[in-house]
Design a protein around this ligand. Structure first.
Ligand SMILES: [Mg+2]
Length: 253
């Protein structure tokens, strides 16, 4: 690795300060920084190159980060107030979902009725531009507790990013009879799996159901989280706009 290349890398990557420090460690001349002639030839060097050249994957929650909350939209359009509860209000997802499905049935609402409402939803203002910016820089996975029957409609509006989510069970009449999780704590399990493959993971979420993935990731950010979530988890920086989120992300990618 030559000195000019190190100097080019220095302003281009935030990690390059570490890179330069690594290059300049030379026991033969402690008082005078010199480049290591065979950078990359050692295990430590290889590890560092892996870290340097963009090994980050960003996992983004969907609702309230890129799109509005599906259930709130359904509640408002159908004028069913009880459906407005989200994981921000009820941290136990199973309790929340069972309550939602019961309400839908009692109001005679079928899957296709919910899908018609989702069809009318648009990504949050600036979300598509932010996502496109992010996807040019690194791999992005949308990790959501939503369901493929809902999420696929929204992915079309977001340019088809990769989506990991759950699915619904629908009866012959078209009513949603149950929901199925691919895995319990699916978001956190996805983060763990990605890390086990050697990736560094940045997670972005806004609610209680995102906290385990934020804790499991190498870096976690909140985006427009409620006061309650922000106060409870002050260790995660909270961005109030896509601009702020970009600034936080730019330290890593
Ligand atoms: Mg959310």
């Amino acid at each position: 690795m030559s000195r000019p290349l190190a100097l080019i890398l220095f302003p281009a990557f935030p990690q390059s300060k570490k890179f330069l420090k690594y290059c300049c460690k030379d026991k033969r001349s402690p008082g005078r920084p010199r480049l290591r002639p065979a950078f990359g030839g050692t295990t430590a060097g290889k590890d560092f190159l892996v870290e340097l050249f963009n090994m980050y994957i960003v996992c983004v929650d969907l609702e309230s980060i890129l799109t509005p909350e599906v259930w709130i939209n359904v509640a408002d359009r159908m004028k069913i107030k009880e459906l407005r509860l989200t994981t921000r209000d009820v941290p136990d997802y199973d309790v929340l979902m069972k309550r939602r499905l019961k309400i839908l049935k009692s109001h005679n609402v079928k899957l296709k009725d919910v899908q018609k409402i989702i069809e009318k939803m648009e990504p949050l203002k600036g979300a598509l531009a932010f996502l496109n910016w992010l996807r040019k820089r690194c791999q992005v996975i949308v990790l959501s507790d939503t369901f493929t029957e809902f999420g696929n409609i929204l992915m079309r509006k977001l340019g088809y990013p990769t989506l990991f989510c759950n699915y619904l069970e629908v009866d012959k009449s078209g009513f949603i009879k149950n929901y199925r999780l691919r895995k319990r704590e699916g978001k956190m399990k996805a983060i763990e799996a990605l890390r086990s493959l050697g990736f560094k993971v940045i997670a972005i979420g806004d609610s209680y159901n995102d906290i385990t993935m934020l804790k499991g990731a190498d870096v976690g950010f909140l985006f427009k989280a409620s006061d309650k979530v922000r106060k409870e988890f002050p260790r995660f920086p909270d961005a109030q706009s896509y601009g702020e989120l970009k600034s936080l992300l730019e330290k890593y990618i």
